[in-house]
Ligand binder design. Sequence first.
Ligand code: ADP
Ligand code: MG
Length: 396
Amino acid sequence: MSRVVVAGADEDLILRVKEAADGDVAVLPPGRLPGDPARLFEQLVDGELPDVLLVGPHAPAPEVLTLAARLDVQSPGIAVVLMAEPSAQMWQAAMRAGIRDLLDPAAGADEIRAAVDRAGQAAASRRRVLRPPAETERYAGRVITVASPKGGVGKTTVSTNLAIGLTAAAPQSTVLVDLDVQFGDVASALGLVPEYTLPDAVRGPASEDTMVLKTFLTQHPSGLYAVCGAESPAAGDTVNGEDVTRLLASLAREFRYVVVDTAPGLSEQTLAALDRASDVVMLTSMDVPGVRGLRKELDVLRELAMIPAGRHVVMNFADPKGGLSVRDVETTIGAGVDVVLPRSKNVPASTNRGVPILQSHRRDPMAKEMQRLVSRFAATPLMKPGKYRAKHRAAG
Ligand SMILES: Nc1ncnc2c1ncn2[C@@H]1O[C@H](COP(=O)(O)OP(=O)(O)O)[C@@H](O)[C@H]1O
Ligand SMILES: [Mg+2]
């Protein structure tokens, strides 16, 4: 028997639905029907998702159609049945919104039962197609944590561009998580205005069901998904290491790449993200304090045995006139440097506009080297090995 949630219904209809569905019925409080599935799920007391959403004649049609259309895209495993005067016009609008069935508002329990059964079966078969049955068969995506001991060295720049680059290489493959819990600025770097942020994604129904979690993500026009940072430092501070571990595990089941931007240093949240990571991008500015900081951070992580299998060392703000060579840096940190990103005046401009440099200035030398970092992760190499790093080596 399908689990049914009823909205926009009066007492009499609720009784008919309960009779039809043998009791497994949750009733949404009367009032406006949220246009957004995530808000709808918030209203479910036990947080359990329905197979069928049955909407009675008391909900205004435009609200129902908006909600149904969004459910059809975001949660196709839930079928919507609408009780409304079945005019030709209504049928057409309902069909366009992906509504499964239209019933006369006066339909009896038998008719309702038949419609709910059909809708429940349709929902179940869509879920089977969408999701492999066993947990083990689902994705084990790469979790790429971008970290550095200091602020202002380009973590957000690198994580947003890496995420954009991976999305371009494999559409819908990537989610970016802003774990700079107090002062995250991923939303601003991507020009996003999020409806939900990190705390929403780790609390309540979103934390229990990956399908719901997906409705809490913010979508970038490129097809990249994002969990944007909290609205205030206090709200961000409520997110702890366990929340991070759970969130990254769920996202890695749904996405091929989970890119994580972090706050400077080794906070509880960053350590949780490193613990869960398959890859770390260790970032520093190419100057003596930055490089020393990086060595200390690498030492600590080595001691904690927390360096993931994939380790990528990236120098940012490289400047041939800066007096430090790649070889100097490698000697200091006791590890190889993998990618060198030159300083470019186009980068601050792209940050301020909220358009990552991989989208705004693809030919910029910084964007080209950034592309090289992307191709360390993307399955297909995106470009031939370039000359920048070699030139830089020679300069040293
Ligand atoms: N290679 C670069 N060249 C020029 N400016 C850069 C470069 N990388 C980052 N920036 C700028 O430096 C500032 C800090 O970068 P950001 O990514 O926010 O650092 P973090 O996240 O580590 O604090 C931003 O204004 C950004 O545009
Ligand atoms: Mg940042």
